[in-house]
Ligand binder design. Sequence first.
Ligand code: HEC
Length: 133
Amino acid sequence: MNRTRYVRTLLGVFVGVLVLLLTSGGNRAMAHKEKHLLFHGDGATEKKLGVTLSKTGMACAMCHPFGSDNHPYEFPKFQEQINKFATLRDMINWCIEKPNEGVKIDPDGDAMKALETYIYWSNKGSKLDPGRH
Ligand code: HEC
């Protein structure tokens, strides 16, 4: 391999890695922003992710400021409202369907992960207390 070709190959790899780093950084920043936007009822973010979290005009944060009463550190636990042993994701969907009158979301989708992230993030430092009734 001659020298120019070697330099070109090296440059190509460098640019490739740079693009990869930049785009993954973008996704990370977006996920970080989305968790706040969704929890606070931003319509544009809901539309972008294809979800309807509420039809009452109430955002999660209005009833759960800073993730209060979400108790992520207690799950999984038995939940009377749905009469089953539930995960945090089950209860996020319960809240979307019942008090919010919205449309249940994909438990593995981006919107669920963003809401879950906000709830854990806003309760960080709490002691684990699983199974609490
Ligand atoms: C109109 C008020 C209201 C809104 C808006 C609301 N919630 Fe709730 N949420 C409640 C009530 C009431 C409960 C039941 C509290 C209980 O059983 O102790 C609850 C319970 C929960 C729980 C279960 C907590 C536990 O320990 O049992 C989660 C998780 C939750 N909500 C997430 C959300 C998310 C995410 C949103 C937004 C998509 C949301 N809520 C919007 C009122 C609301």
